[in-house]
Design a protein around this ligand. Sequence first.
Ligand code: XMP
Length: 517
Amino acid sequence: TVLVVDFGAQYAQLIARRVREARVYSEIVPHTMPVAEMLAKRPKAIILSGGPASVYADGAPDVGRELFDAGVPVLGICYGFQAMARALGGTVAHTGSREYGGTDLTVTRPGSTLFEGTPAAQSVWMSHGDSVTEAPDGFTVTASSAGAPVAAFEDDARALYGVQYHPEVMHSAHGQQLLEHFLYRGAGLTPSWTTENVVEDAIAAIRAQVGDKRVICGLSGGVDSAVAAALVQRAVGDQLTCVFVDHGLLRKGEAEQVEKDYVAATGVRLKVVDAADRFLQALAGQTDPETKRKIIGREFIRVFEQAAAEIVAEAGSHGETVEFLVQGTLYPDVVESGGGTGTANIKSHHNVGGLPEDLTFQLVEPLRRLFKDEVRKVGEELGLPAEIVWRQPFPGPGLGIRIIGEVTRERLELLREADAIARAELSAAGLDRDIWQCPVVLLADVRSVGVQGDGRTYGHPIVLRPVSSEDAMTADWTRLPYDVLARISTRITNEVADVNRVVLDVTSKPPGTIEWE
Ligand code: XMP
């Protein structure tokens, strides 16, 4: 295991993912974890992440010297680099020369452990106010930039390394190479974390946990629940029943697609529950986003418990209960909820088949250690069809949080039509893999004046929200070709009654979230 010590910025997840891309298993730990506890995990290497703070700021997290004396290879990045320099006796100063964004880096020791085979001049991503002005004893300075006289240092004898810039971000041209050099050359690791291993380990763990008991899994049609279910099916076969709750907030063709694609590919036992009326009734009159989310989450659970009881009854196993519930929880969810560093509740996400506090199921979470891209690889390894593996994310509360205002049957129908058109045109243009997802939102309480044929119209706007992202934590709006946007707009205003305007959302995340509610 490679430990990535999280100093509080959003970089730790990205670093962990890059390390896994180098096929080395990595885990994130908070910087508040005592060094002894980190070392007890027997890491093969440690990476100190960037952070928001200056090492001189009040309450700036420190790194104890004992971390560097333990004989474990360490790479410090940005804040981690400065904290490392300070702990080992180097100098970190407010030089006044801040660097943010793309910066030219000069490699002063080509052929060093970190820079071997990369150009002497390269573009890197910097984000710092303070700078290391003197490397600690024993280190060689191997790169510099205009604002950072010591932009990288290396000590092969102790396998300690550091860089001021962020090798994990895409904008650092040779960043991945640098990380791999640290892992393979600096720390002597071999790339062995493979999808096959992941699948084998997951299946063994599920068997050990579940034994011969019954398991249910909520299928949403999305990739996470599909892959989780497929793993459980591999592990315990017939003990699994999947439940698909049609809450009436689905997109066009979705329920059919789950039945067709998923069942055909896996042969899993599927129970479909039509609960549209129940959800619509519960949502009647509600306009507040959090209230809507909570209602949907609650109704899900009720439907689910009922389904579990029916499954047992149908199997004629009186007195028996379903003990295990499969959840498609991913590693970022675990990190975010386990960080405990006071992350604000932006919105109440819930996975389909959600997590009620009073639920009696035990959870099976075979994807807890994986990132989304790894989940997709596992899906491919298990032979799931591309339509499922490459499906764009769709939120559990569905179209319910894409109607801004009260959710009604008529509004759902209208949005479903508009969404189907947008999806069809994006697919036809071959853009599915370029976009992370494209919510289509109905501003149900907004009307604007239009003209169609010879008459005045007074209809609703539809918002297109195409985004590009690696993990949905941050996102940018996708620059879609104008002709594709034009086709979507023309078709929606022509074909969907009561919609007379299509607008494009050009907000990144932050500050906007991906969904509108
Ligand atoms: P936001 O809107 O927070 O969304 O930027 C980030 C990602 O999460 C999806 N999302 C959800 N997924 N249950 C889910 O399963 C939810 O309640 C939920 N809310 C948002 C959203 O589509 C995006 O991919």
